[in-house]
Design a binder for this molecule. Structure first.
Ligand SMILES: CCCCCCCC/C=C\CCCCCCCC(=O)SCCNC(=O)CCNC(=O)[C@H](O)C(C)(C)COP(=O)(O)OP(=O)(O)OC[C@H]1O[C@@H](n2cnc3c(N)ncnc32)[C@H](O)[C@@H]1OP(=O)(O)O
Length: 428
């Protein structure tokens, strides 16, 4: 087996699926191969535990040693992808493990045990206090196999309800944790069913729809109080060479270094004498928490009535070097300033709107780095029937189209108390 095949095999082992690809690659370099004949002892009760054993081929039987209280416990069989020698607090084996057939194992010696404790959001136990806010937002607590718990953190952007991008990013993180690390997400499709309560944890249940050779598919349900509030279907694919073209051309916009970010625009508005004093005073009093995504707008406010918007964005703070994490971060960011573009042509003085993302799709064409500038090019071809439709394209600084996106959102005039709950229905 070459290194690539060993990595691919290890990526299928459930114990290792919560690790980043970089750790799995290092484990692939460190494992030893051990072979046993039928009847041979793989581990003997009382022998020191020398590492993590993963079965590559064949079967082994675990049996309790004779004359112990465990004697009546039925023996059980270990098959391909099963493992032992990890997760026990004991430094010696408590059971016998005997080869039933010809058996081949990978053994990760004890000195490499740290590779099983990654330092990123994919870590099972670690609390990610030293990481950027984004990694903390995307950090999920594993509760059971394929079940995770996420939270709305105090410093995270929230609106009236749980931010849609948080649901997309956390659900994608949950799905990614259950997929062989050599497969990267290439598309996802999400539907927002019920507004999420930001004071409650969110439970993410992953369904392993399919594991193919090249592709894997996951369905994720996000739940609060037993109700499904959000669903996501994501498809993952192994790297593949194929036909190449890019017809989309990156618009000619100023580089991010020449543009103002959201905080600087706000700062200017607070001091700009052209804005009424009352507006400036009330704006200054509003609690302002900077988003974990930095944005720089390519157009000035004069063009805010166009059904389009271009801005550069990147994650604030350094992210761990894990391609799956970067995809989750960009998925998170993609819902921050997006469907609002469908309201642009309708903006007028005093307009108050009620707007919620309804669905969201992303296609990841190429690898993406979320802590490097990306240009988000948004267009709204249509608004009709209380729904605004937007399409997005993301380019890296080299002008490569890295992602395409679509979304439909509920866009209504905000109703004031006493108003009927629905906007008028069209006459048939
Ligand atoms: C130079 C440029 C500078 C730019 C600077 C920019 C600064 C930017 C600043 C800020 C940007 C902010 C960007 C934020 C983006 C965030 C996006 C999100 O995160 S959205 C969250 C995810 N999506 C969900 O959570 C939906 C979940 N789904 C649902 O909630 C439901 O499926 C729903 C509402 C879509 C449909 O449910 P039903 O069929 O029951 O709908 P019905 O009956 O029409 O309404 C239900 C209730 O919704 C409220 N509601 C509905 N319409 C309303 C309206 N017009 N006004 C007020 N409330 C309304 C009322 O409470 C209503 O209940 P009653 O009818 O009163 O009993």
């Amino acid at each position: 087996m070459d290194r690539e095949e060993v990595t691919e095999f290890l990526g299928q082992v459930p114990l290792l699926q919560c690790l980043p690809s970089s750790s799995i690659r290092r484990i692939a370099d460190a494992v030893l191969v051990k072979r046993y004949e039928p009847g041979g002892y793989v581990a003997r009760e009382g022998d020191p535990v020398d590492g993590l054993y993963i079965i590559l081929d064949g079967q082994a039987e675990v049996s309790a040693p004779a004359n112990t209280e465990e004697e009546n416990r039925p023996d059980y069989v270990l098959n391909k992808y099963d493992y032992f020698g990890y997760g026990t607090n004991s430094s010696v084996h408590q059971v016998n493990v005997i080869a039933v057939s010809k058996l081949t194992c990978f053994v990760l010696p004890n000195q490499y045990g740290h590779l099983l404790q990654p330092k990123t959001i994919w870590s099972a136990e670690e609390t990610p206090e030293n990481h950027s806010l984004l990694e903390q937002i995307l950090h999920l607590e594993p509760l059971e196999v394929d079940i995770f718990r996420g939270f709305t953190l105090p410093g995270a952007p929230t609106f009236r309800q749980v931010f849609g991008g948080q649901l997309i990013g956390q659900a994608l993180a949950a799905a990614s944790k259950t997929v062989d690390c050599l497969k990267a997400v290439h598309s996802l499709h999400a539907i927002f069913l019920i507004a999420g309560d930001k004071n409650l944890p969110i439970i993410y249940q992953v369904h392993r729809a399919r594991d193919g050779t090249s592709f894997a598919t996951r369905k994720v349900e996000a739940k609060q109080k037993g109700l499904v509030i959000f669903t996501l279907i994501a498809s993952f694919q192994k790297d593949e060479l194929g036909f190449e073209h890019q017809a989309a051309i990156m618009p000619d916009v100023p580089p991010p270094e020449e543009l103002l970010n959201l905080e600087e625009i706000r700062e200017r508005r607070l001091t700009d004498p052209r804005f009424p004093m009352q507006y400036r005073n009330s704006a200054a009093k509003k609690k302002f928490v900077p988003w974990p995504i930095e944005m720089r707008f390519c157009e000035d406010s004069a063009s805010q009535h166009k059904p389009s918007l271009n801005y550069w964005f990147r994650a604030r703070g350094k992210l761990s070097d894990d391609p799956a994490l970067h995809r989750c971060v960009v998925a998170y960011a993609s819902d921050l300033l997006y469907s609002g573009v469908s309201l642009n042509p309708h903006r007028e003085k005093g307009l108050k709107t009620y707007s919620l993302s309804l669905d969201h799709s992303i296609w990841f064409h190429k690898p993406v780095k979320a802590d490097d500038w990306l240009l988000y090019v948004i267009d709204s071809p249509s608004a009709h029937g209380g729904r605004g439709f937007v399409t997005g394209r993301m380019f890296n600084r080299q002008g490569e189209l890295v992602m395409s996106l679509t979304q439909e959102a509920l866009i209504r005039r905000a109703k004031t108390p006493g108003q009927p709950s629905q906007t008028p229905r069209p006459k048939l």
